[in-house]
Design a protein around this ligand. Structure first.
Ligand code: HT7
Ligand code: ZN
Length: 876
């Protein structure tokens, strides 16, 4: 397909005011009759034909203003329908099409998941249901009649409010009518029909309006939906309190389905979820699952305002809803749980996914300027970096300044399809600031590299920070401008306390936040009587790669004393990173920290500090990922060397910290029945991190402890964590434990996914054979995205040594899987291919094998646009 460019945007020529749909569900021949109330757009080109999008549709009939259209009045293909010479006035266009939901393996449009009819329309799936101007700036009011066999689909759900339901006389069929009064783009359309169990609860909004909340799941699983319901109610209340956003319909429904391309979808009043992000019980879900459910339920709910009431003008503006909504869900989770621990987790995710994306051939701006396949832009850059940009805006403007801009945005753009410029204008207006340089964050790709060096002048009692920013070249962007970003700063005195900051006149700060805007800039502080250690980019105030030039001593000091929890954590990570880079024999900087004593002491200090949150200490104990070490090394990366260095370091930590870890393990033993709350989860995470480091030593007693932990666990968090410790560290007991786990949970696909994922991650030469074998296991199916992600996705993204095997067999296996998946589900195939994104940084032998396999994929005839786009950019 031809590239779509942001600069080519034109308003639609025709608008749609109303959509009346009549959907007659049938497993293989579903009929859709769409009645569209349309009119010429005064802002469009006068006299233009009506051009509608379609995809794999079979047209049955068309009428215009009640009159059937003859063959010469329109041109129809499976991918478009053009009404050639429509009157230039309001018209009613009625179109009848048929489609086959059971044959829909792409899981876009209307499909069947385990016998349940459901839809996925974002980004361009509505055109697979009926011919329509499938673009987000066409907003219409929808009324949907859904009809089905009563037995097959007793539950019939649509957008908006229920209006009517009944039996179709003289048949075994019934129907339901739903009306959504809020104009919306077609990507927010949804319907569901199936045999589902549900739970419901009432909610009363801040202004006293009652709302009936419903969560629908597969029969027999309703008892696993209560945590999601609780998270939904907390989200609704939080959005009222934090942003003044109240819900606006009589009902809000969530449906969990087993086959879903992504995590969930924010359809108006009818969110559809991957069941992985709804279903939870202590026996089947881990603490991480609970936290993800809470976050994703919140995220989709928050879209009701940031995405639905105010939507995107075009798909280039995707970050307008996604980045902003991720920021909002992060804030929600921070308020529900520990803010510092949430921040650490979010930054870890950002670094592992987004920094990796920014450093490779798939790098793109938060708001791309061109795309060939929009499905490939639901990325860490649009979502996570997009959220960081909103976070920086808040840091720059302050709590009140940020809220005033948000208030204006909600007020001014309600009911509209908006742009990033519209969003930023609200903040510049309410705060009287020029945000034009800040806007570069939306346009320039790549992670800024920030070099900072500090100089204390004992005589002048002053401290100067010299800052240099560079932005590396990225695809299509060889040269960059300097960015504007907030760099939160502390100067930590020898007593471990923050010194007062006295910026020199002319030093550009807002409180303790430096405003960095030039390629090179210095900041001067007066009245600094002793040499401080600078704590820079506190709370990760800017999404940059920081090099603060701090030595081991200063980093150890910060790891023990920094009052900013994020930087206290980060100092330990930097120590570990330096060690791992040099221990893997790949240091290019000449930094050598072969002796991890400083790191051991810093970790020991945190383990012994009773004032620290256990969840925080658990984070302190985890060393940077193999991917992060590889990125630090940059070129000629040898995953085996990194893996070995990491394994050795963890072994060393386990031995060196043994007495403390053993005590912490005992101290944090469970005290009562399982509860997923943050405090209990934090205790479990520290206990499990201790178990893990001890077991890394391979000691007999340590493995026996892990086995007991596995066998006696009363919840999935502990059971699965112990299983994973055994799988990675105890080859002798691994198989028996894996078999016992499978035997116990074999009827639960979401738990079987954990079992598949774990085996895919074992960093041993047998992993590929094991994964191959598991693709033939009855539990595995190429048709279910969760299964594919669990087994093949984890092999490709979370098993660096085996995916990047020296003999190239890992690459060949994943490329083969991509080719097989491509004709079935291009979106899932394209995402899997994204695992090759860092291939250019590998050492030559592995790099050659990755390139060979990418070229093999590229050479396949009739590749989907999704895979063709990823492979072309990866090789480009
Ligand atoms: N807005 C939703 C994105 C989404 C999606 C995109 C493409 C293909 C399938 C999809 N399912 C959901 C989810 C979200 O970010 O909130
Ligand atoms: Zn979203």
């Amino acid at each position: 397909p031809k590239p779509v460019r942001l600069t080519d945007y034109r308003p639609p020529d025709w608008l749609v005011d109303t959509v009346d749909l009549d959907v007659r569900l049938h497993p293989s021949v579903t009929t859709v009759i769409a009645r569209l109330g349309m009119r010429p757009n005064p802002l469009g080109r006068h006299g233009s034909p009506i051009v509608l999008d379609g995809d794999e549709l079979e047209l049955k009939s068309i009428t215009l203003n009640g009159t059937p259209l003859g063959g010469s009045a329109y041109a129809a293909t499976p991918s478009s329908l053009t009404i050639l010479a429509p009157p230039q006035a309001a018209v009613t266009l009625q179109i009848e099409t048929v489609l086959d939901p059971s044959a829909n393996t792409k899981l876009m449009g209307l499909y069947r998941s385990s016998g349940t009819y459901c839809t996925q329309c974002e980004a361009e799936g509505f055109r697979r249901i009926t011919y329509f101007p499938d673009r987000p700036d066409v907003l219409a009011v929808y009324t949907t009649r859904i009809e089905a066999e009563r037995d097959e689909a007793p539950v019939l759900l649509g957008n908006g409010n229920p209006v009517e339901r009944g039996d179709v006389e003289g048949t075994t069929r019934h129907y339901a009518v739903w009306h959504d009064p809020w104009p919306k783009p077609c990507y927010l359309f949804a319907l569901v029909g199936g045999r589902l169990d549900g739970i419901s609860e009432p909610f009363v909004t801040a202004t006293g309006k009652p709302v009936e909340l419903g969560i629908y799941v597969e029969p027999g699983k309703a008892d696993r939906a209560s945590y999601a319901m609780d998270a939904l109610k907390r989200s609704m209340r939080w959005d009222e309190e934090a942003f003044g956003c109240e819900y606006d319909l009589d009902v809000f429904n969530i449906v969990a389905v087993a086959d879903f391309n992504m995590g969930a979808m924010e359809n108006k009043g009818l969110n559809v979820f991957n069941d992985k992000y709804v279903l939870a019980s202590p026996e089947t879900a881990t603490d991480t699952d609970y936290a993800n459910i809470e976050a994703i339920i919140a995220h989709e709910y928050f879209h009701n305002w940031t995405g639905n009431r105010i939507t995107c003008r075009d798909w280039f503006q995707l970050c307008l809803k996604e980045g902003l909504t991720v920021f909002r869900d992060q804030e929600f989770s921070s308020d529900q749980r520990s803010r510092p621990v949430k921040r650490i987790g979010d930054v870890r995710l950002l670094k592992s996914h987004q920094f990796a994306e920014d450093a490779g051939p798939l790098a793109h701006p938060v708001r791309p300027s061109t795309y060939r396949e929009i499905n490939n832009f639901y990325t860490a850059t649009v979502y996570e970096k997009g959220a960081e940009v909103v976070r920086m805006l808040k840091t720059l403007l302050g709590e009140e300044g940020f809220r005033s801009g948000m208030d204006l945005y909600f007020d001014r753009h309600d009911g509209q399809a908006a742009t990033v410029e519209d969003f930023l204008t609200c903040f510049s207006e309410t705060n009287s600031v020029d945000l034009s340089q800040f806007a570069l964050w939306y346009a320039q790709s790549g992670t800024p590299q920030v070099e900072v060096s500090g100089h204390w002048d004992a005589d002048a009692r002053s401290y100067r920070l010299d800052i240099r920013q560079t932005l590396p070249p990225t695809p299509g962007q060889p040269d960059k401008h300097a960015m504007l970003f907030p760099l939160a700063l502390g100067l930590v005195g020898p007593d471990g306390k923050d010194m007062p900051l006295n910026p020199d006149d002319g030093t550009n700060t807002a409180g303790t936040v430096l405003l960095v805007s030039k390629p090179e800039q210095s900041f001067l502080f007066r009245d600094v009587p002793e040499r401080p250690v600078p704590s820079i980019n506190r709370g990760f105030s800017a999404p940059v790669k920081l090099n603060a030039n701090l030595g081991t001593e200063d980093l150890t000091f910060l790891a023990r004393h920094d009052s900013d929890p994020f930087n206290r954590f980060e100092a330990g990570q930097t120590l570990a990173l330096h060690h791992l880079v040099s221990a893997s024999g790949q240091s290019r900087e000449g930094i050598r920290i072969d002796d991890p004593t400083a790191l051991v002491e810093a970790m020991d200090a945190s383990l012994n500090d009773a004032s620290l949150d256990p969840a925080f200490v658990a984070q302190v104990l985890s060393v940077p990922s193999e991917g992060e070490v590889g990125r630090e090394i940059g070129t000629d990366v040898d995953p085996d060397a990194i893996h070995a260095a990491r394994r050795t370091l963890r072994h060393t930590l386990g031995e060196a910290l043994r007495p403390t870890l053993e005590r912490v393990y005992v101290q944090h033993a469970p005290t009562g029945t399982y509860s997923p709350d943050a405090i209990s989860a934090g205790r479990r995470s520290l206990r499990n991190a201790s178990l893990d480091l001890l077991a890394c030593t391979g000691g007999e007693a340590d493995i026996a402890r892990a086995l007991t932990h596995f066998e006696t666990a009363d919840n999935m968090t502990d059971r699965f964590f112990a299983l994973s410790v055994l799988a990675h560290n105890a080859p002798d007991v691994r198989e028996a434990a894996l078999t016992a786990f499978h035997e116990r949970f074999k009827d639960d696909p979401l738990v079987v996914d954990k079992w598949l994922a774990l085996q895919a991650q074992i960093a041993e030469p047998g992993a590929l054979d094991r994964v191959r074998e598991l693709t033939r296991h009855p539990a595995f199916s190429m048709g279910n995205p969760n299964r594919v992600r669990a087994l093949i996705g984890n092999f490709a993204t979370a098993n660096q040594t085996q995916f990047h095997r020296l003999d190239g067999a890992g690459h060949t296996f994943v490329a083969d899987a991509v080719l097989e998946l491509d004709s079935r589900n291009p979106q899932v195939a394209a995402r899997l291919l994204g695992a090759f994104k860092s291939w250019r940084s590998l050492e030559p032998v592995r790099r050659a094998s990755a390139e060979r396999n990418l070229k093999r994929v590229a050479d396949k005839r009739d590749l989907s646009p999704d895979v063709a786009d990823i492979v072309a950019r990866s090789l480009g």
